[in-house]
Design a protein around this ligand. Structure first.
Ligand code: IPD
Ligand code: CA
Ligand code: CA
Length: 263
């Protein structure tokens, strides 16, 4: 069994606790699809409950860390080097529509850099975890990015912008460029899991902009520890502030980036 550090154990235990509520609520969501009011309010409550549990558990274990929570915002900690970066429910629209592809994402940023990550999809009981220098794992298995070298064989994940969000014309050009050179594009609806899938070699690459720090902090560590590369689409290292992300295996990061930058 792969040895988890005390830090990773804290993150895993918090994720498991919050996931119990999410799974219970996900079971209810299907019934609410047909109700007049719809499940939206219910889902935002599920999201908030998950965040409260995560905040409580993480702060109890590391009271001095700062916090960046999707719903609750940022709080400085006594320890100015470390902060939790948390998405209590990534893939909200999947959850809302009864699609079992969503996750809790917990990252640790240390001295401004993603340092550790746990991403948990409770429906399939897939726990992704990674810490800088310690490798990336799915449950007990060590992860490695895919070995595909040819763009024409690559499966590339992305996030399509939606109403009121993102740069639609640029995305359409990027998608056209990528679909004409690869085996296909997937828009699965949970950015944290997209990055975990790159780490697991299920996807060969992924791009999206703009995302937020809580969508990507944990996933960046996973991809890097699995031997892949993560940069902004333009090639820089400012993903946590710009929210622009390009992740891929070591062979395809450059050609995928060149293609996206050519539009
Ligand atoms: C969203 C998902 C989605 C991505 C969006 C994110 P949320 O997060 O990760 O895949 O395309 O940009 O906001 O709202 O489900 O936590
Ligand atoms: Ca998210
Ligand atoms: Ca969220």
């Amino acid at each position: 069994m792969a040895a988890r550090s005390p830090l990773i154990n804290v993150m895993v235990n918090a994720a498991y606790k919050a996931a119990k509520g999410l799974v219970r609520d996900f079971g209810e969501v299907e019934h609410l699809q047909v109700s007049k009011k719809g499940p939206a309010d219910f889902v935002s409550q599920a999201d908030l409950k998950s965040e409260q549990i995560l905040k409580r558990e993480l702060s109890k274990a590391r009271p001095d860390y700062g916090l960046l929570l999707e719903e609750g915002g940022g709080t400085a900690g006594k320890d100015s080097s470390n902060r939790w970066v948390v998405d209590p429910l990534d893939g909200t629209h999947n959850f809302l529509h009864g699609i079992p592809h969503f996750a809790i994402s917990i990252g640790v940023e240390r001295d401004g850099e993603p340092y550790a990550g746990v991403i948990y999809n409770p429906v399939v009981d897939e726990l992704y975890w990674a810490e800088k220098g310690q490798g990336a794992h799915l449950n007990e298995r060590r992860l490695r990015v895919s070995a595909r070298r040819k763009m024409e064989e690559a499966l590339i994940g992305t996030g399509a912008p939606f109403m009121g969000h993102g740069d639609h014309p640029t995305f359409l050009k990027q998608a056209q460029a990528v679909m004409s050179k690869t085996a296909g594009i997937r828009r699965m609806g949970a950015a944290a899991l997209d990055l975990a899938y790159v780490a697991a070699g299920r996807l060969d690459g992924f791009w999206e902009a703009p995302l937020n720090a809580w969508d990507i902090c944990a996933g960046i560590v996973l991809v890097r520890e699995a031997g892949g590369y993560v940069t902004e689409i333009g090639g820089g290292n400012g993903m946590m502030s710009s929210g622009s992300v390009l992740a891929a295996n070591d062979q395809l990061h450059r050609p995928l980036g060149d293609l996206l930058r050519s539009v």
